[in-house]
Design a protein around this ligand. Structure first.
Ligand code: FES
Length: 84
């Protein structure tokens, strides 16, 4: 079981789950869901190691450091804290 914390709201997810549906419910604007539009940009506050690695779509849109595309991230387990 993994925990995603978004603006202090805790959401339980299966290990290995995509986070896109959970963050959309929490209010992150989701556009294409395919790593193209960039509207789903989030910032990882804690636990980046529990997210999947940066993929080509994220690199193409200039994600670096704590910035990620929420539609492209999966959570492997543990806890990740994000904001948007
Ligand atoms: S929703 Fe378009 S890049 Fe994530």
């Amino acid at each position: 079981m993994a925990i995603l914390i978004i603006n202090d709201q805790e959401i339980e997810l299966e290990d290995g789950a995509k986070i896109v549906d959970a963050i959309e419910e929490a209010g992150v604007p989701i556009g294409c869901s395919n790593g193209v539009c960039g509207t789903c940009e989030i910032e990882v506050v804690e636990g980046m190691d529990n997210f999947s690695g940066l993929n080509d779509e994220e690199k193409d849109l200039g994600m670096e450091g704590a910035k990620r595309l929420g539609c492209q991230c999966t959570i492997s387990g543990g806890t990740v804290k994000i904001t948007y």
